[in-house]
Design a protein around this ligand. Structure first.
Ligand code: HEM
Length: 456
């Protein structure tokens, strides 16, 4: 959907800005119509570096159907994410990219409506359900790591992607997806690919057409299940969301449940896949860190195969290593918003209606905050090293009202994954493995990350 259609379909949105509204901001429009879109898609971090070197920390761009501004650095992150004055709409920021595929997901709601839905959904992330998800994760990951060890060289990215989907199916849906697994997986892949498709019209066979077909399939899949889940007493995320009530005692409607589930599956799936893969790559390249993490695990004195939920907090070095992997390769490299009120930043005034982007990846590699930014050094996250660092210098999970609802789930899954890989085992990486990554929309190794998981 082009931006003009997006506004027409959402009458409460602000109208498009007049073409000249951002003329006073330094920047460039690129080619006619497509602007810098293809340049960005070809090398997203390279594009940001070039724009920053040319124009500084505030610049104007033309991409994905219109003009927008990028604000770089922790102060920009704080302004936009913390959003003290309720200036920035997430719905209108993510909307042009996601609305056709993931409408009414939590991230596509604003302010009071968002607060109400977030509070309602939070029930599925409280300690008791998390404890049950931990069992599901331990069980599924333990089995799969044993298989990987027997298989010799595997491509880690597709393997963890498939496993993450299967685990989400059990933890979120309470049952294996079964024979529909491949169709569910393909529908998600098609939807995520479509979210950055340059052609926004759903033409069958092209990315957006496939994405819209995938959404239709998943809506049907979840929709069929709602009545059954309402009546049952299942503990999985889907069943809980089917039964949960708002502050006024009302249940979520069928459509709301389906949209939330669809969004949750999307939010969980590729982000964990990406961060798990980059962490395995970093540990493969830094075997000394594998030893340190394993020593810490062995030091916990746990004889069981599973990592108990109550001991997650004891894996301190694993936590630092996960953070460091996401510093270098944040699964969500940039975050869009739209200003619904005028605002000022960096000496410039911006009108209501401005599309604004912040860049996680850029902030995470600023040398003035992170010395030798490309070096893998998990101890950057020790309390001593973190002292005095800007609160918004590290934002892999965002911040403020929209901060990732699944961050504890994601951290738990990664810790359990590392527990089963490293306890009594090792990651061996062929030399060129993971040399080239596709940076956007979600980082992914072009070679799938060949790897051997071996028993020590
Ligand atoms: C390493 C894994 C993950 C990363 C890096 C990540 C990152 C993010 C980021 C950056 C945002 C905020 C976007 C914004 O402000 O516009 C976000 C929001 C969200 N994430 Fe995650 N995420 C991860 C895993 C998950 C998982 C596992 C789930 C669910 C189980 C999840 C559910 C959500 C939801 C529901 C939101 C919207 C929150 C709101 O708008 O209030 N995420 N995530």
């Amino acid at each position: 959907m082009a931006r003009a259609d997006t506004f027409a379909a959402n009458p409460h949105w602000l109208p498009a800005l007049p073409g000249s509204a951002l003329d006073h901001v330094p920047g460039e429009d690129g080619w006619p119509i497509v602007g810098n879109t293809f340049r960005i898609l070809a090398d997203p971090p390279g594009h940001v570096r070039r724009m920053h070197a040319t124009y500084g920390k505030v610049y104007r761009n033309h991409s994905f159907g219109g003009r927008n501004v990028t604000l770089l650095g922790p102060e920009a992150n704080e302004l936009v994410l913390f959003d003290r004055d309720k200036i920035f709409s997430s719905e209108q920021g993510w909307g042009p990219t996601l609305n056709q595929l993931f409408p009414r997901g939590l991230m596509l709601m604003d302010f009071e409506k968002h607060r109400v839905h977030r509070r309602t959904l939070s029930v599925a992330f409280k300690p008791e359900p998390m404890r049950l998800y931990a069992d599901v994760l331990n069980d599924g990951i333990s089995k799969r790591v044993k298989e990987w060890r027997q298989q010799g060289e595997i491509k880690f990215y597709p393997e963890i992607k498939q496993l993450t989907l299967e685990l989400a199916a059990v933890a979120f849906l309470g049952t294996t997806v079964g024979p529909e697994a491949d169709k569910v997986n393909k529908s998600f892949v098609d939807m995520v690919q479509a979210s950055i498709a340059p052609v926004r019209t759903p033409i069958p066979g092209l990315a957006m057409g496939k994405g819209v077909a995938g959404r239709k399939y998943l809506l049907d899949y979840f929709g069929r299940e709602v009545p059954r889940r309402r009546k049952g007493n299942g503990e999985d995320m889907f069943s809980q969301i089917c039964r949960v009530t708002h502050e006024d005692g009302s249940l979520l409607s069928d459509d709301e449940i389906v949209d939330h589930m669809n969004f949750l599956m999307m939010a969980a799936h590729d982000t964990i896949t990406s961060s798990g893969t980059s962490m395995v790559m970093q540990l493969g390249r830094n075997p000394d860190w594998q030893d340190r993490l394993r020593d810490e695990m062995d030091g916990l004195g746990i004889n069981d195969d599973a990592l108990p939920y109550d001991r997650l907090g004891d894996l301190v070095l694993t936590d630092y290593a996960f953070k460091e992997s996401m510093r270098l390769m944040p699964p969500v490299p940039s975050i869009p918003r739209r200003a619904i009120k005028p605002f000022s930043f960096g000496g410039y005034d911006f009108p209501a209606g401005t599309f604004v982007g912040i860049n996680t990846h850029f902030t995470h590699t600023m040398p003035e905050i992170w010395p030798e930014p490309q070096a893998f050094d998990p101890l950057r996250f020790s309390p001593d090293a973190s002292k005095g660092r800007h609160k918004f210098a590290y934002v892999p999970f965002g911040g403020g009202a929209h901060m990732c609802l699944g961050l504890h789930f994601a951290t738990m899954q990664i810790k359990i994954l590392m527990w089963h890989i490293l306890r009594g085992g090792r990651i061996d990486l062929p030399q060129v493995s993971g040399d080239k990554w596709q940076a956007w929309p979600i980082p992914k190794p072009r070679d799938g990350l060949p790897v051997r998981l071996t028993v020590l």
